[in-house]
Design a protein around this ligand. Sequence first.
Ligand code: PA5
Length: 477
Amino acid sequence: MTAKTALRLDIRNALARPKDSKDKQLGIAPQHGVSQAQLESIAPALETAIEEIKTQRRFSAKQLAEFRIRGEDLDLGFLDQPRLWLADSKTLAQLKHKANQLARMAEIFIVAGIGGSSLGARVLFQALTHPYHNELPRRQRKNRPRVYFEADSVDNDALTGLLDLLPKRKPANLSEAFTINVISKSGRTLETAAVFRILAQRARQVYGPDYTNYIVATTGSSSASALRKIAEAEEIASFEVPDMVGGRYSVFTAVGLLPAAVMGIDIEQLLAGAADMTRKCLSRTVNSNPAARYAAVHHLLYRKGKTIRVMSVWAKALEHLGYWYDQLLAESLGKDGRGPTPVTSVNTRDLHSRGQQHQQGTYDKAITNVFLRKPLREELVLPATKDHSDGLDKLVGKNLHHLLVAALNGTNQAYRFDDRPTIDIMLAGLTPYALGGLMQMLMIATVIEGKLLGVNPFGQPGVEAYKKLTKKNLGLS
Ligand code: PA5
């Protein structure tokens, strides 16, 4: 599959009809939609943004340090990660070796991290493994462990619940064993550190002096990372989060790749999708560049007062993609009193809850559908029944996906008639290649949008302030 076929962006339902027309077939009301003239007028700013990204991507360590001194992060390293991993077969093999070892030695694999150190891996788990992975017998899980996510809060009862699944003494066999991948780029995040202490204590209790064999740390290289110090002192195997990759942009580093490989996901395909998409989003002209086009249309809609950005995913397996994008957008652009507010909705489920408001509430929403053109699994067909009272007889023999397509088209039409802009991202299928491309496209689009908005898409001064104040309240600093 190529980047060209894996993902298609369709902005037709966000376009405005001509000013003198009332024909709703021709588009939405001009005050709510984007005109061709507006798209053309933003093209030079897009070209400048892309050129700037390309220049800054090649900055030397000295130039980057100068930016940092001015308090500006410039974490464009995520652009090169897919290509670098694919080119470095030795490091990739080491990561896969460790992942296979972790998969072989235990029945439970715990990913302990928060924010950018958790959400990407969670997307990959939900989207690219069986919907009931954890409930399946091991053989049907292709001999991969059950996967749990923790440290994404300091929630006593949630953690106690997980501890209930873990053994209290040395397991007799693999079916009771567990491993931990603790992930924190800074190595100083309260939630991760606190939960890791408790999980590591259980590991020590269960495995004795060898407990560190069951733990892998993924953290920054800096000596400021307490987690790196712990890993070095206790001889815990570790992987590195590169300096130039910010947390929410780190899914294609060991942060996302190690858990994905433990889950049995084809990480080469994931990286290939992201690498191909990077080339497409940095080297093509604006009109055939999905990240530039995505950023342009959303930025123009934001300027028209569409300050709520709804990512409507049309597959349950993509719900966490929505939450990952929530973080990407909110932490990257929500600064200086600006930035769209992200919302995730899962359809058709949320058509029966939020849908009414999205269609006829305040005119402040831009809706982006993420739709899979083809289901991944065996297609289910509507059977005939003896009782015809549900009125579905005409659909006998049609597959379930046919109903979903009808719901998407019906929703888009209804929204158009109510002057609500929608954008479609059509994915060829839920493959590692397509998902890799989509996630990379959204990261690049966010950086471009930051430049259009005049906001630095890297760094999260607000989050850092909350982290500091919480620690101060606990008497830690
Ligand atoms: O995007 C970010 O940088 C943040 O959301 C971080 O990922 C999050 O705060 C966790 O930080 P760390 O990986 O340092 O524990």
